[in-house]
Design a protein around this ligand. Structure first.
Ligand code: NAP
Length: 282
């Protein structure tokens, strides 16, 4: 079993970004990400600080708009304001959003050019029809890992477990774009193990600890575990029972240290891409 080192991949991406941000800064452009916090959440606060730390190291400015507990209207107003702000290149609206508000209903206010986490439904629509768009960073992290591990995708049977708008669906679209033969599983899937066992690439984003065991894995399969399930001791577990599948899988992303770190670097890469594009625009 090859354990895929997400932290090493993230470090490589961020080293590439440093180079690009230096080039932009020398032209007076400071790539800038705005993170919107719309409800008090320990996890969102923790993730925001991690983004800030890594953004700063990569030469990206990160401003935090902490709105407390906004209404749907004031959250939309803030997203629209940031979309208009020429000094901001990327916008990330952290979840959770306050009760009664759906992120996918307010995210249309994020200008697609700044929609670095693919939250605006227009971004997903563009992705689905094959137009340029930012994909959600987590879904793109799955593809980035597969590319860097040189996993062949064209014609490859790939199974995605999970159909959420933030991970499963966009990951399936991105795999399809690479010509994989994609199957999407969810809670109504009959014989999950049997379907998964047909996959050379298995992407799991269900949010269920130890959902995937030995019976779900084909010999030699590459398994990407997106699951990040909080445990009582404060640590996290993936959706894959790593001890069980280790004997059969060809490669596996660990949790933590797999998809998570790569997600943050791709979010940052999107900010740099957005800044470079804004600078090139007439
Ligand atoms: P979600 O919105 O709860 O969606 C979970 C999906 O998994 C749903 O489509 C659900 O099917 C399916 N599912 C749940 N239990 C299943 C089962 N027993 N058998 C088959 N399918 C099942 O979750 P999410 O936001 O996509 O997140 C998924 C996981 O990824 C979570 O652990 C989350 O913490 C993690 N995550 C990680 C990152 C990262 O950067 N590493 C980022 C985002 C999310 P139905 O549609 O039928 O309900």
């Amino acid at each position: 079993l090859r354990r895929i080192d997400g932290r090493a991949i993230a470090a490589a991406i961020e080293a590439e970004l440093q180079h690009e941000t230096r080039r932009l800064r020398s032209r007076g452009i400071v790539p800038t990400l705005a993170v919107v916090l719309s409800t008090p959440s320990e996890a969102a606060g923790w993730y925001t600080r991690a983004i800030q730390r890594r953004a700063t190291a990569a030469g990206i400015a990160c401003v935090v708009a902490d709105l407390g507990e906004p209404t749907g209207v004031s959250l939309e107003t803030e997203l629209a304001r940031l979309s208009e702000d020429g000094a901001v290149h990327g916008i990330l609206c952290q979840t959770p959003v306050p009760a009664g508000i759906r992120l996918d209903e307010v995210a249309w206010r994020i200008a697609p050019a700044k929609d670095v986490d693919g939250a605006n439904p227009l971004s997903m629509g563009r992705l689905a029809v094959g137009l340029p768009a930012f994909a959600p960073a987590t879904a793109e992290a799955v593809l980035e890992i597969l590319h860097r591990e040189q996993v062949p995708l064209a014609g490859t049977p790939a199974v995605v477990v999970g159909r959420s708008a933030v991970v499963g669906k966009p990951a399936a679209l991105l795999l399809l774009r690479e010509h994989a033969t994609v199957t999407i599983c969810h809670t109504r899937t009959v014989d999950l193990a049997g379907v998964c066992a047909g996959a050379d690439v298995l992407v799991v984003a269900a949010g269920r600890t130890r959902l995937i065991g030995l019976d779900h894995v084909k010999a030699g399969a590459v398994v990407i575990d997106v699951g990040t399930n909080p445990l009582p001791d404060g640590s996290f577990a993936g959706d894959v029972d790593a001890d069980a599948v280790g004997a059969r899988a060809g490669a596996l992303t660990p949790v933590p240290g797999g998809v998570g770190p790569v997600t943050t670097s791709l979010l940052l890469r999107h900010v740099v891409e957005a800044a470079a594009r804004a600078a090139a625009a007439p």
